[in-house]
Write a protein that binds this ligand. Structure first.
Ligand code: ZN
Length: 167
């Protein structure tokens, strides 16, 4: 599943650019496009219709993201409308390769692919350290700085890091 640009000429492109640059409120190093949350931006009768699929249901960031995309479109001179698309459900597989790279640079281990992830003997996902790449890591806490992340520690370089939980 990839985000699609459903554009009616230049204005659709501009609307997509404005909306896709909105950073995630919880992880400002990545944009809503990087995370695959922004599904499409389409010009319908002069209205920029942005379709968003929330990440974790009940994540308090959902409303903040919708408001931020709406504000970005308004600022770019569009009349925005936000549509929440619940199906198909978002998965961490929608995070773009560029988004994964940005997460790693930020010190957050990007989610392992939901399909075919490596699991250790204890049924936990093996997570690679974003700093040194070691797979010798342990989970410290189910919840990191936000509910969407878990706190891990690298046993090789001793650094704690957040892991973007896989769903
Ligand atoms: Zn490490």
């Amino acid at each position: 599943m990839r985000a699609t640009i459903t554009a009616a000429g230049d204005s659709g492109d501009k609307a997509w650019l404005a909306a896709s640059a909105v950073p995630d409120p919880e992880i400002p190093c990545v944009t809503v496009a990087d995370l695959g949350i922004l599904r499409s931006v389409e010009m319908i009768d002069g209205v920029a219709v942005a379709r968003l699929t929330p990440t974790y249901s009940g994540c308090p960031a959902v409303n903040a993201i919708e408001l931020a995309v709406e504000a970005a479109l308004l600022e770019a001179g569009f009349t925005p409308r936000i549509e929440r698309v619940m199906s198909p459900a978002w998965t961490t597989d929608w995070i773009t390769p560029e988004g994964r790279e940005k997460l790693r640079d930020y010190g957050i281990a990007p989610p392992e692919k939901a399909s075919g992830s490596i699991r250790s003997l204890f049924g936990e996902v093996e997570v690679a350290c974003p700093k040194c790449g070691s797979r010798e890591t342990e989970r410290v806490s189910e919840f990191g700085s936000t509910a969407c992340k878990a706190l891990y520690r690298c046993l090789t370089c001793r650094e704690p890091f957040d892991y973007f939980k896989c769903i």
